[in-house]
Ligand binder design. Structure first.
Ligand code: SF4
Ligand code: SF4
Length: 416
């Protein structure tokens, strides 16, 4: 059984109130305060599925340099990486970093499908070549017979296939000028698949940025943020270096992202003492934050009587910690009713690639979140993370980025 409070909560040595402090995995005081915040503990109700136990496994890997058992690896891999445990830990355990460091130390041999996914994430040209094939498949009428055949299940492709949406096939332009008096220039991070599958959000961000007087650059050399690689024990170094080099070369006042999952990864590019990483992070901003900060007093939006429920992605709540900005931004639309989704502190289960690697766990967590969505009786649910929106939406549940709502309320005169 669990010993929730099996040790006194005392400040670890070396802890200061100012400046970053990252305790090593051995400094967990086993207080158990993280246990109830963990979605996998909620699912399984066992000590093995708690952050505290995972930290113990990580400590074995990183501090004691001991091999771990298959069972310990299984429970470590069950982590959704929501980082809710970091929010409540009195020792300020940097769980996300410790998890990534541990994954990098142990042997992770990806299956063929994961290898293919990593390769496609790294190779923009091949990704672009695949998109017309996906679009043709969705149009062909083969989807239902193929699903019924059971072949997708045999190939372990059923979960990935169920998430496919019609991709945008033409590339976005590299430059979007503002038609009003120029206030500045920003760069937009599009990442790996958003350009194809979350085109509407990117265009909404560009319309809004143009409407407040910012021209927008989209450097074609940019690539994936590296989160999927890093959280799965693969090296993300080349992807990180490519983005740092690409964006640092631009004469812009900010580098903006729309998906909080990517933003969480990008915000930690300065983990090393590298000056280039720090320059990158110094100009990085969530597009929601940037829009709110630079919103002109005279920019009015059309009013709306929609009822909106706000989903707060874990990357936004637990890493970026800026979820409140979404509510403030939506209040630019007069007449709108905005409320937080119940249990926003509990992960929806999407977890980047987790929705593909742990389909049963994610199905349970998704069902809980969808119950909260249904109970909200909202016209629309907004989420600032593309992965969560894609994962949670279905025929009866509409989930979209808050920028889509805002951009629809722009008066025509404010559009390019
Ligand atoms: S990870 Fe933090 S909250 Fe959890 S048991 Fe250890 S010290 Fe306590
Ligand atoms: S990151 Fe989330 S799933 Fe993983 S141990 Fe922490 S609370 Fe649990």
């Amino acid at each position: 059984m669990f010993e929730y409070m099996d040790m006194d909560v005392t400040e670890p040595e070396g802890r200061t109130d100012s400046g970053p402090y990252i305790p090593d995995a051995g400094e967990c005081i086993r207080c158990g305060m993280c246990v109830s915040s963990c979605p996998t503990f909620r699912l399984f109700q066992t000590d093995e599925e708690t952050p505290r136990r995972r930290i113990r496994t990580i400590s074995k890997i990183l501090v004691e340099k001991l091999p771990i058992t298959a069972e310990e690896k299984f429970h470590l891999d069950n982590c959704v990486q929501c980082r809710a445990c970091e929010m409540v830990c009195p020792s300020k355990m940097a769980y996300g970093q410790l998890f990534d460091d541990a994954q990098a130390q142990i042997s992770n041999k990806p299956i063929w499908l994961a290898k293919l996914a990593f390769w496609l994430i790294e190779n923009k040209q091949w990704r672009s070549r695949l998109m017309p094939l996906l679009a043709a498949y969705l149009k062909s009428g083969l989807q239902q017979p193929l699903r019924r055949s059971g072949l997708l299940n045999k190939l372990r492709l059923a979960d990935a296939e169920s998430l496919i949406r019609t991709p945008a096939l033409t590339p976005l332009a590299g430059f979007y000028p503002s038609s009003i008096t120029k206030r500045g220039r920003v760069a937009l991070f599009t990442g790996c698949i958003a350009e194809h599958f979350d085109r509407e959000t990117l265009l909404a961000a560009i319309r809004l940025l143009n409407a407040i007087g910012f021209e927008v650059l989209l450097p074609p050399q940019q690539g994936c943020c590296g989160a999927i690689h890093q959280h799965n024990g693969q090296s993300a170094k080349d992807l990180i270096n490519n983005n740092i080099k690409t964006f640092n070369a631009l004469d812009v006042e900010a580098v903006l992202y729309t998906a909080s999952g990517c933003g969480a990864m990008l915000s930690e590019y300065d983990r090393s003492d590298d000056d280039a990483g720090k320059r990158f992070s110094g100009r990085l901003s969530d597009v929601n934050d940037f829009l709110l900060k630079h919103w002109p007093d005279d920019l009015q939006l059309k009013s709306s009587n929609l009822k909106v429920a706000v989903h707060e992605p874990c990357s936004q709540r637990n890493v970026l910690k800026n979820q409140q900005v979404v509510y403030a931004l939506l209040q630019k639309i007069s007449g709108i009713s905005i409320e937080a989704l119940a249990d926003n502190h509990i992960c929806c289960g999407s977890g980047g690639s987790y929705m593909l690697t742990h389909p049963e766990n994610t199905a349970h967590l998704k069902a809980l979140k969808q119950q909260a969505i249904i109970a909200a009786h909202a016209d629309v649910v907004v989420s600032s993370n593309f992965g969560c929106a894609l994962f949670l939406a279905d025929e009866s549940i509409k989930v979209e980025h808050p920028l889509l709502l805002l951009s629809r309320q722009l008066y025509k005169a404010a559009l390019n």
